[in-house]
Design a protein around this ligand. Structure first.
Ligand SMILES: Nc1nc2c(ncn2[C@@H]2O[C@H](COP(=O)(O)OP(=O)(O)OP(=O)(O)O)[C@@H](O)[C@H]2O)c(=O)[nH]1
Length: 308
């Protein structure tokens, strides 16, 4: 390659930050996962499970797109709720482009209008992303696209399905055009900069929530106390030892998480261990303890300790 061509390519390169916003369950986390191609954000069919800002990096020959994942805005009832909302607003003001997720299979509602109005005030261009298109027929999709164009003044409207993969590449192309000209922000081999400890805690929390979300929707937090790496010469049988505490707010919740004779906690451990082994690429020994931290959501000191 001539030096001239190299410079031109350098000049054409774009890099920057994007985030998906939208009401709970709009499909934001699933979309980031599908685009980045690795399980990094936490998905669920229940609202408000994404707590940490998790980044995924998409590397393209002409662009680098860094995704910042935020929890949903909601009416704050606790210190945790207020912190989450502050975090969301702060993230929104720092990105180069925003994808507003609107599910194709649901009518536009008050929540969507509220978020649209909030982000209209920011400087970043907003791309409306109509998600879950695999769930609707053509006629319904056309109707929804029309309603979306009437909802606000969007830079573009892109329909996608994270499940079928349809239009994901188009969405990345569109988002990339709104990034500033910039050299790469992160090394080419980086997919996420979230500390492993946080990712591991999220995987455990997700497993612990499985099946008890109705009873304990926001009452579980996980703290990874220690990660003991295997010796570098341990070979394929290397085991990473992880010690983690699962925090609940009350004694009664502890009993739910542990289950009869500890059966539920064993299942949680097995499920989380499988996910962590995929993440780390080694075998994992996982030691889980359930502890009660009374009303941790209302106590700023405990919140800090638990990473909020
Ligand atoms: N069929 C289908 N389902 C989807 C698609 N994207 C997401 N879902 C489902 O929709 C539900 C919500 O998805 P999430 O990605 O957790 O939604 P979210 O917007 O991140 O939700 P919060 O974390 O609550 O804000 C999950 O059950 C997903 O499996 C899609 O493209 N097609």
């Amino acid at each position: 390659m001539s030096r001239g061509a190299g410079r031109a390519e350098e000049q054409a390169f774009r890099a920057g930050f994007a985030c998906f916003v939208g009401r709970p369950n709009a499909g934001k986390s699933t979309l980031v996962n599908a685009i980045v191609g690795q399980k990094i954000a936490i998905t669920s069919n229940r609202p408000q499970t994404t707590r940490h800002v998790v980044r995924g990096v998409v590397h393209r020959p002409d662009a680098q797109l860094v995704f910042v994942d935020t929890p949903g805005l909601h009416r704050p009832r606790t210190v945790l709720g207020e912190r989450l909302n502050d975090l969301v607003r702060q993230t929104w003001s720092e990105v180069d482009v925003i994808g507003l997720c609107l599910p194709a299979d649901e009518e536009i509602g008050r929540g969507d209008r509220f978020i649209t109005a909030e982000i209209a005030e920011l400087k970043a261009p907003v791309v409306a992303v109509v998600t879950k298109t695999d769930l609707v027929g053509k006629a319904e999709l056309a109707e929804r696209l029309l309603a979306v164009t009437q909802l606000g003044d969007f830079a573009e409207v892109v329909p996608v399905s994270a499940v079928s993969g349809d239009q994901l590449d188009v969405l990345v192309d569109v988002l990339a055009t709104y990034l500033p000209r910039s050299p790469q922000l992160y090394p080419s081999d980086m997919i996420t900069d979230e500390p492993e400890q946080v990712l591991i805690a999220e995987l455990i929390r997700e497993a612990a929530l499985e099946g008890v979300r109705d009873e304990l929707p926001h009452s579980i937090a996980v703290l990874v106390e220690e990660i003991q790496r295997p010796d570098s010469d341990a070979g394929p049988r290397a085991v990473t030892k992880i010690y983690a505490d699962v925090y609940v707010e009350r004694q009664s919740q502890k009993a739910i998480v542990i289950g009869a004779g500890g059966s539920r906690l064993r299942d949680v451990g097995t499920r989380a261990r499988g996910e962590i082994e995929d993440l780390l690429g080694t075998r994992v020994y996982l030691d889980l303890h359930v502890r009660v931290a009374k009303d941790w959501q209302r106590d700023p000191r405990q919140l800090r300790r638990l990473g909020f």
